[in-house]
Design a protein around this ligand. Sequence first.
Ligand code: GAP
Length: 578
Amino acid sequence: MSETAALAELAKRRGFFFASNGAYGGTAGFYTYGPEGAALKRNIEDAWRDLFVRKLGNVELEAPTVMPEAVFEASGHLDGFDDMIVECAECGATHRADHLVEDAVPDIEDAEALGTDRVGELIAEHDVVCPSCEAELADAPVDEFNLMFGTNIGPGSASPGYLRPETAQGIFVEFPRLKEYARNQLPFGVAQIGRAYRNEISPRRALVRVREFTQAELEHFIDPERDEPPIDRVADVELPLYPATAQHADDGEPEPHTVREALDDGIVGSEWVAYYLGRAMEFYERIGIDMDRFRYRQHLSGERAHYAADCWDAETELGGNWIEVTGFAYRSDYDLSKHGEYAEESFTIFRQYEEPRTVERAAVDPDMSYLGPEFGGEAAAIAEALEALAARDRSAFDGDEVGVNIDGETYTIPVKKTGFAVEEQTEAGEHITPHVVEPSFGVDRLVYSVLIHGLEADTVDGEERSFLELSPTMAPTTVAVFPLMTKDGLDDRARSIADRLRVEGFEVSYDDTGNIGRRYRRQDEVGTPYCVTVDYETKEDDTVTVRERDSTEQTRVQIEDLPDAIGRLVAGETLSEL
Ligand code: GAP
């Protein structure tokens, strides 16, 4: 069985995740996390919060998932958030056209970058057939399909809305309030962990491509001319980089470079992106990504999102495929400029000069008692045009007369009637549109990667076992407590030990069903790193057995020392060090 199939089976049987709405035949692209999966996902989110919000001094918000159409008109999603679709004329099934090409042509990894026309040609050239009914797709047109789920806000259709396709927009639209919260000082970072929705054409590979998923996004607002990341903090962190040049080369492979080397050699163009690539390494390691199955891949030019100036993806290898788990984008001033253009509020921030500056400003103060009688109904427009001209080209006022053009007609005015003057003004600063650096994590893909990378098998006492090698801080349960038998007071003792460990803050499960071997296997399969067994020796000397998941080694520990012992194991000590 492939590792993805093995995980799918285990995930369903042990309550990590399963296709939603099974009782009604299932709904493609939607998954429900069972108790184990929900706990693992929460632990991964907490690790993200710790590293990207708390440790970096950022703040977190929670915005609605439904947003009005105007937001997506401004953001560009209404026009540009499309995937390629091909509809089978025979059975009516729709498919992601670029994916069909990637499956049919092994050399093509990113067909989307080729455009709809070329993808249509490739479908014909390679005799691609419909995966549902096997009819030829050669003549089927390849179109763009907008991925947003639409809805109506309130009754009727007067206020169209959309489920947000990225959590980021909920942060951008609140910039006018967030900048005040940040006391109008750049840089500042705002994070959000929440649901995003995309009406994917072909959801597939379990949690990898779903229609409702969780993103953990950080929007870091910076002054591009003044703010620099604390690059020394990550300068020596080694990154497995797979730049565009290596992807184009026949024998190109990802290569390790420190953050400093990547910047000095121009492999990563943006210091901010490099900084976050470095910071994120600690996160991937902490949650349990196998770093031998991990790389940072630079976007090829045709692949970049409509807003991104430079973009790298973190990718994990799952069942032989490289999957994007995080996008690191330098979004420049794209988002805030767009919202500034479309919305009614200001999306700029006031940048104070280090020293106030004295500038010369040309202005006019037209003599309306002259312009009125002379030009009648055009007088106001002429006054306005004079003002614009003074700001644009003060030399136009050098002579005795100045000309302005309104709707193709030139009006000539004596300069002395314009009130033209150049004045000195002192300015404290200017309004700028901040740039945005964005690390955007797909939580579901991370959960899936951690599970696939953690799935192990070995033989214990001549019996095959599968187990999840989850880190003790990510595992849904830290300690499972068992009584050897449900008699002679062993079960009461085990229950009270479980309660005590819960009070100490550990995630504990109590299990007294089935033989002890089966109970160990059950915990191994959900990744519980430690099991505690209460047996008859406990009654004599107040000790219990502590068993470690990966080695299956056991040792005896005094009950009163148990919370401390488990704490030390979680912190990285081994059984032999207790
Ligand atoms: N705000 C930027 C943004 O949304 P993205 O690369 O489109 O960028 C970020 O998405 C992350 O969200 C991806 O790296 C991926 O992990 C996750 N993601 C995107 N679409 C997904 C889907 N259909 N199912 C599961 N995760 C998805």
